[in-house]
Design a protein around this ligand. Structure first.
Ligand SMILES: Cc1cc2nc3c(=O)[nH]c(=O)nc-3n(C[C@H](O)[C@H](O)[C@H](O)COP(=O)(O)OP(=O)(O)OC[C@H]3O[C@@H](n4cnc5c(N)ncnc54)[C@H](O)[C@@H]3O)c2cc1C
Length: 321
């Protein structure tokens, strides 16, 4: 057994002991692929499900106190989980309380964006219609400054409650403190966890809001391979261009490595076969990137996140995204 394996085993023993003491339920060797939209990758050493903000904090503190690595999982719509799985504790955030006060909507970070948009439609609140195209949670959307149809989270976020593992404290951050940029935020560069967030919207006509949402949905159905397993856009758009256009122009639509294929419908999507492997997704992504660089001298950066225990070679590539 290597030193790292021994440390992991000791950490997990501590984690199990503390979890028993605190009556927190953990699943062992829990499959994570079914909890992601790409549906590849191996199990987590331990999995906890948080159904409200209190359970989320309790699970985070459990990992912190046991000194075990942890990963907060939203809806898994931006992830490629390594075939070897994830070490430590995965915390699936399903906390989804919503409160509306005038035109401000506050929600737990685990609330699906679609649920927020639905509430906006019934309550006549405009400004979050774009969120129907983001199949993640509010926390994941804040983390990514997710956006679609010309809208972005940074346009609506009023504040974010973030828990800092270094201090075990929760801070309310104004939007200006969140360092939002194109598909980026401070949360991508720190260990802070989004517990909840508030968005500021505008009063609107429910029928009109519903019609815009339906239009967005129809547009996505027509242009994205939503019936297939995927994790959204694989690469970020390079300045002034679209990753999908470059991949298409390189003749890569339909290109396949093992169980992973560049979508025929949208070149910036990779779709996987049932029972497919994360290694194939990685190999295909890297091959696409190399071909685009060779043809157009543009180096694409990954938008999807590779998480878990990747082989050393891939991990180097992941770090150098
Ligand atoms: C079909 C499809 C279409 C998509 N279209 C778009 C689009 O138009 N625009 C767009 O921006 N994205 C799009 N995406 C990508 C994805 O939906 C977004 O990035 C989304 O915000 C991810 O949220 P999630 O809850 O699924 O996060 P996950 O995939 O579960 O996690 C992603 C990262 O966020 C972190 N995270 C999750 N919750 C928290 C939290 N509470 N606190 C701190 N970190 C957290 C995780 O630890 C992980 O690092 C699309 C994906 C799919 C599958």
């Amino acid at each position: 057994m290597t030193e790292t394996q021994a440390a992991t085993r000791n950490g997990l023993a501590r984690l199990d002991e503390l979890a028993a003491e605190r009556e927190i339920e953990l699943r062992r060797d829990a499959p994570i692929a079914p909890l992601t939209t790409l549906r590849v990758g191996g199990p987590a050493d331990r999995l906890a499900e948080a159904r409200d903000g209190e359970q989320l904090l309790a699970a985070l503190r459990l990992a912190r106190d046991a000194d075990v690595s942890w990963f907060v999982l939203g809806n898994g719509s931006d992830l490629v989980v390594a075939d070897a799985g994830l070490r430590g504790l995965v915390i699936r955030n399903r906390a989804k309380a919503i409160a509306v006060d005038g035109s401000r909507m506050t929600a737990d970070a685990g609330t699906p964006m679609a649920m927020l948009v639905k509430r906006c439609t019934t309550d006549g609140l405009a400004g979050l219609e774009f969120g129907i195209s983001i199949p993640g949670t509010l926390g994941g959307a804040v983390w990514a400054n997710a956006g679609a149809h010309g809208g972005e989270m940074r346009n609506v976020v009023a504040w974010v409650d973030a828990w800092d593992p270094a201090t075990d404290e929760t801070q309310r951050l104004a939007a200006a403190a969140c360092a939002f940029a194109y598909r980026d935020s401070r949360f991508k560069h720190a260990d802070e966890v989004v517990l909840a967030a508030a968005v500021d919207l505008e009063p609107g006509d429910p029928e009109r809001i519903g019609a815009t949402v339906a239009e967005h949905q129809a547009q996505r159905v027509a242009t994205q391979p939503l019936a297939d397993q995927n994790a959204g856009s694989v690469f970020r758009n390079p300045p002034g261009d679209h990753a999908g256009r470059l991949i298409d122009a390189a003749g890569l639509k339909g290109f396949r490595i093992g169980s992973a294929q560049v979508s025929e419908l949208h070149a910036n999507f990779i779709v996987t076969d049932r029972g497919g492997s994360a290694a194939d997704v990685r190999a295909l992504g890297d091959a696409v990137r190399a071909t685009v660089e060779e043809r157009f001298d543009v180096r694409l950066a990954y938008e999807i996140e590779f998480v878990g225990d990747w082989p050393a070679d891939d991990a180097a590539g992941v770090a150098g995204q």
